[in-house]
Design a protein around this ligand. Structure first.
Ligand code: HAM
Length: 427
């Protein structure tokens, strides 16, 4: 036998019954996002590398260290998307949305790729569900998206989540804050890691996001962005908190929160989980305002706000049990003989048309084994169909939990008659 080929490190298969939990989460997200007026966008998994370099920022870890970048056969530099916001901003411009509608609301779901060190809750291919809104500068929109997530996670019964909010400033406040950071970190430069010494010159805000212990200790006393907010930004931040308060959405101010991507201006937020199932990766959702991104990509000034959450992390926080969510067959058709199997296959076809989950045993195996399998699958009913039953035109259907049996006609008309009625009756 040839050597078996494994999946790529950090990239996972999702099999049943786990996929049932994914489907539940996705269905709930689709329902909630739709209720808030978001329409689904699907973009290519591959984009020009330049989009992420310009949109997310060269000095971020994502662009500097984590992208899956390759040249195609025409020597174009392409990258597997590490996130969706840049792609959405590109699509927003490419399809002329700024001139077509004042407000654009999109949601998305799909795989993202980052070459990160793997841990529980951190993978190289992971799924995000997210939303982006273009065209609204007011803080009630920021609050509405946070409330949308609150509604979704409440519906899914995910407990122990906290929304942490901050404001990293924009425009002039950002310039003043940058200067304050340079002033603070410069005397500590020799104690910073190599990356952070470079960040000090290029983008000192990134130092606050460094995971190296020494840098974290120094950053602990660094100035906080909220102290540098202009009156306008301060009013926006107050407006966000007032709107969250009026809706009763719980949140915590997190003055040290900065995000790992460069496009953020103003509001930033994360939702963190207290669940131990997530290990060190406690952040489930990340998002915020990015009022400069569309312009940076060549479009008109456009306020925007969005978020994304990691599906794997949300499922861990949920403690989702795919097996419990998997649809069980209403009927398992145990068969013996080719003629009986053919009839059973036709009967099942008609019953499924009535919305029932039906499974047929197509293999020639003993009846005992078939009943065992039906039990394992959690089927409510079993109908055993062999040549004798075919000849009589009648078979016993057994209710698996009570073991009660009753005769049913197996004429093909049964699919819309007594058998279908019986199977659809809750027991
Ligand atoms: P992000 O914070 O880089 O933001 O990622 C958002 C979420 O994706 C994280 O909170 C986490 O749940 C999940 N995630 C990120 N990396 C991994 C990984 N390696 N393995 C598993 N899950 C991961 C963004 O991506 C922004 N585009 C969010 C946004 C949308 N901001 C504005 N609009």
């Amino acid at each position: 036998m040839a050597d078996a080929i494994a999946s790529v490190k950090g990239m996972n298969d999702i099999l049943p019954p786990d996929s049932a939990a994914w489907q539940r989460l996705e269905a709930a997200a689709r329902g909630v996002f739709t209720a808030y007026g978001y329409g689904e966008i699907r973009t290519p998994i591959v984009e020009h590398t330049e989009l992420f370099a310009r949109g997310i920022g060269e000095s971020t870890d994502v662009v500097g260290k984590e992208m899956y970048t390759f040249e195609d056969r025409a020597q174009r530099s392409l990258t597997l998307r590490p996130e969706m916001t840049a792609g959405c901003a590109r699509a927003y411009l490419e399809h002329g949305l700024p001139g077509r509608e004042p407000v654009t609301r999109w949601w998305y779901g799909g795989p993202m790729f980052r070459y990160e060190r793997m841990q529980v809750g951190r993978y190289r291919q992971f799924w995000q569900l997210g939303a982006e809104c273009f065209g609204v500068a007011e803080p009630t929109l920021d609050a509405e998206q946070i409330a949308m997530l609150h509604a979704l996670f409440s519906q899914l019964g995910i407990a122990g989540l906290t929304a942490c909010i901050n404001n990293v400033g924009s425009g002039d406040d950002r310039v003043r804050y940058r200067e304050a950071l340079v002033t603070y970190f410069t005397p500590h430069a020799a104690s910073l890691c190599g990356d952070c010494r470079r960040r000090l010159a290029q983008n000192p805000l990134r130092i606050l996001d460094c995971k190296v212990d020494g840098c974290r200790a120094i950053a602990a006393d660094a100035p906080q962005p909220v102290a540098y907010l202009s009156d306008g930004t301060r009013a926006h931040f107050d407006g966000l908190q007032a709107a969250l308060g009026e809706m009763g959405i719980p949140y915590r101010l997190e003055p040290r929160l900065v995000r790992g991507l460069d496009y953020y201006t103003g509001t930033v937020f994360e939702i963190v989980s207290a669940s131990s199932a997530l290990g060190a990766q406690t952040t489930v959702v990340g998002g915020g305002r990015y009022d400069g991104l569309v312009e940076q990509l060549g479009g008109p000034p456009t306020p925007a706000f969005g978020f994304a959450f990691g599906v794997e992390r949300a499922l861990l926080a949920m403690g989702a049990d795919g097996a419990a969510l998997t649809a069980k067959p209403a009927l398992y058709l145990a068969t013996r003989g080719a003629a009986a199997r053919q009839r059973a296959t036709a009967l099942a076809q008609a019953l499924r048309g009535r919305g029932l989950v039906v499974e047929v045993e197509h293999r020639e195996v003993g009846m005992r084994a078939q009943f065992k399998r039906a039990e394992k699958l959690g089927s409510t009913w079993v109908l055993a169909l062999g040549d004798d039953e075919l000849a009589k035109g009648e078979a016993m259907v057994r209710h698996m939990a009570t073991r009660a049996e009753q005769p049913v006609s197996i004429a093909s008309a049964a699919a819309s008659g007594p058998l279908a009625e019986l199977l659809a009756t809750p027991r």
